[in-house]
Unconditional design. Structure first.
Length: 699
């Protein structure tokens, strides 16, 4: 299937949801979600007007932001209008379109700096004509709907009320907008933070003597006074709009001759997104001159590609819905993945702990914030943090929901080079079981210790970090004690986009991790002086360990001599030179840190020389070892002997000539360093406690 076919299939499978408002939880807060019916758009409305079924004004009120979203019938021109173009929505629109008495009460402000100039007069005249033309176009369009065989009583009541041209008068009479005689209202006067002429209006049509209420067992909301919720009204416009369309052509998607789409909807990634996915505006610049014979201005289609109106509506509406339901949008880049039966599935770009939490809907992986968790001398981490076993159980839960051999995953990615053009940068269709296997493989092959804060709670988990966190580790810099990515003039993060593009095949297709990415993150982890906050360096270090582990896991899969599957637990028998040097560095760091006062946080000599150590280990180790001597003497005898014996045992594991070599270390030294640090986190404390207990018993 093509991406267009996939989205059409998604719409058709969920057509029963069209026009229904659903509450969907994204993050912490529930959000309203709606699959738009064909020929409809969602707009923000500020004013709600109530009339009776005899077209008499009852009242009006301002709406809160939470209830402003309103489903409105929309023509192609209205959905794509911009600037001063006159293209009214068929039913609900702004005051300058639907209020026939707008110019009777509202003064038109030219909104130019040269008051009284010719430019001022021209601008004012243009705005006046635009408002007049807007109402004429709106009322004419509504009239044709109300006189068609698809007319609806509620729509006719609204039409008859607006034909009275009394909307502004009625709103002033009830005090909803200021009295023009007192305040000198203009079209650009701000009311509730929005220009008066741009205030959108929706209608309720009440039966005489009835109240506003939802009627039970009325699935179409036909008895509800809220016109925008009435599915009879929605079907009325869909059928009417289909009856007046005449431009037919060959739809490249269905292979049928049907009504063709001349323009494509906007607002795909968000409500303010003006970029279009399918676009052609070759009327003036003639980019295609000499390639095609003509561009038909009647239907807006050219000989390159054409798509029917209904398929276009289904594709764009399904895409809007699925992105808002489960997409990831950041800095203009959008990623969305869904299973064809809409079973809940893990996102490939999130961290292991996010997959576990989404599966379990529990907070078991979080632990209370405690300063002691950051101290190297903490004897035990008091937490049931998320483990690889938890991850495996989560994936088994996802797998149990699927129909074996039938379920498919669709993955899409979008980005825009200019504000008006949206490009699909990635599309893939894959078996859901294979998708889960690849996610499992990625998280298990990269499995390492990671940490993060959630609601001021310190959390740890075993697995792999999210792609956005990997990008921060590789390309981020510390700003205000947090890791952040630099943005370009378009306020995008190119390196974040690049990281998504380059790591996506590693996760979804099992491709090899790019070696330059591994080298870059190893270099960042080798320079702790770059970070003011130790927590930031720890995050970078652990992500580097994950990627180094993945690199050598891949080599083992290819049966290369260097291939090995590393474990998070210290390998006391590993003879790799880099791994052993990393262990020595961790011991030297622990010796110095063990002498710190309780609140002392300065950087150790081992960390200070870490970058040079990774390049010239033999030469640097002499300096680090000498600097550690004074601190070694300050330790308790038992601890001092433990550290001396440990360094001796590590040195004995070096193969002949490896210790004396001054060649640069590879990324495996970070694995040895972190594993040894984690082991020493407990060993010295247990040793001290046991020694003290023995001395007490002896006394």
């Amino acid at each position: 299937m093509s991406w267009i076919s996939s989205l059409c299939a998604l719409y058709d499978a969920n057509a029963w949801r069209a026009g229904e408002t659903e509450m969907w939880t994204r993050g912490k807060w529930p959000v309203s979600l709606m699959l738009l019916p064909v020929s409809h758009e969602m707009i923000k409305v500020q004013i709600e007007v109530a009339i009776d079924n005899n077209s008499n004004f009852i009242g009006a009120n301002f709406l809160d932001k939470s209830e402003a979203g309103t489903l409105v019938p929309a023509t192609e021109d209205a959905a794509a209008r911009s600037g001063s173009k006159i293209a009214p929505y068929p039913l609900f629109d702004s005051l300058k379109y639907i209020a026939g008495d707008f110019l009777d009460y509202i003064k038109v402000d030219a909104d130019v700096k040269k008051t009284g100039s010719k430019e001022d007069d021209k601008k004012r005249l243009k705005d006046i004509n635009n408002i007049k033309g807007g109402f004429d176009a709106y009322i004419d369009q509504l009239s044709r709907w109300c006189t068609s065989v698809y007319a609806h009583p509620k729509v006719c009541a609204i039409y008859e009320y607006l034909c009275k041209k009394s909307l502004i008068h009625d709103l002033i009479a009830i005090g909803l907008i200021p009295d023009a005689a007192k305040g000198g209202l203009t079209n650009t006067t701000k009311v509730k933070g929005k220009e008066l002429q741009k205030l959108n209006v929706r209608f309720r049509v009440r039966g005489i003597g009835t109240e506003i209420k939802d009627i039970l067992n009325d699935s179409d909301n036909a008895s509800n006074s809220a016109v925008w919720l009435d599915k009879d009204v929605q079907r009325s416009f869909i059928n009417y709009y289909a009856s007046i369309t005449k431009n037919t052509g060959l739809c490249y998607m269905s292979g049928e001759r049907i009504f063709m789409a001349s323009q494509s909807p906007r607002f795909l990634r968000s409500d303010g997104d003006g970029a279009k996915l399918i676009s052609s505006n070759d009327d003036t610049n003639f980019s295609y001159r000499g390639r095609f014979n003509t561009k038909n201005k009647d239907n807006g289609c050219n000989e390159a590609v054409s798509i029917g109106y209904i398929p276009s509506q289904k594709v764009h509406n399904a895409l809007k819905w699925i992105i808002r339901r489960q997409g990831f949008v950041r800095d203009g880049v959008c990623f969305v993945a869904w299973e064809d039966a809409l079973h809940d599935m893990p996102d490939y770009y999130v961290s292991t702990v996010s997959i576990i939490e989404k599966s379990s809907d529990s907070d078991d992986v979080t632990v209370p914030y405690d300063d002691e968790l950051f101290e190297e001398d903490a004897t035990q981490l008091e937490t049931n943090y998320a483990t690889a076993r938890d991850f495996g159980l989560a994936l088994e839960g996802y797998t149990a929901k699927l129909d074996s051999g039938i379920s498919k995953m669709m993955l899409l990615a979008f980005d825009n080079a200019t504000p008006g053009r949206l490009a699909m940068t990635y599309y893939k269709e894959i078996d859901s079981s294979r998708y889960l296997d690849h996610i499992r493989q990625w998280n298990e092959s990269c499995c390492w210790r990671h940490e993060y804060f959630k609601e001021k709670k310190y959390c740890e988990y075993e697995g792999m970090a999210a792609i956005s966190e990997i990008a921060l580790a590789i390309y981020g810099t510390e700003q205000n004690k947090r890791l952040a990515l630099r943005k370009n003039s378009d306020k995008k993060c190119p390196m974040l986009i690049s990281c998504f593009d380059r790591l996506r095949p590693c996760i979804i297709d099992g491709a090899a991790v790019p070696k330059d990415i591994v080298r870059a993150v190893v270099a960042k982890a080798s320079n702790p002086l770059e970070y003011e906050e130790a927590f930031n360096h720890k995050r970078v270090l652990h992500i580097a360990c994950s990627l180094v582990k993945r690199l050598y896991w891949e080599k083992s899969r290819r049966n290369e001599t260097e291939g090995v599957i590393f474990d998070m637990k210290l390998d006391e028998n590993c003879t790799n030179r880099s791994y052993l040097y990393g262990r020595l560095l961790a011991v030297a760091e622990k010796i110095e840190r063990k002498t710190f006062e309780k609140d002392e946080t300065r950087i150790t000599n081992a960390e200070r020389y870490m970058q040079m150590f990774s390049k010239k280990p033999f030469r640097s180790w002499k300096i680090i070892r000498e600097n550690a001597q004074p601190y070694l003497k300050q330790l308790k005898p038992s601890n001092r002997e433990f550290c001396k014996n440990l360094m001796a045992r590590i040195k004995e594991l070096f193969l002949d000539g490896d210790f004396e070599s001054d060649n640069a270390l590879d990324g495996r030294y970070l694995l040895g360093y972190d594993c040894q640090r984690n082991a020493l986190r407990y060993d010295l404390n247990n040793l001290t406690q046991n020694t003290e207990s023995t001395e007490t018993e002896g006394n």
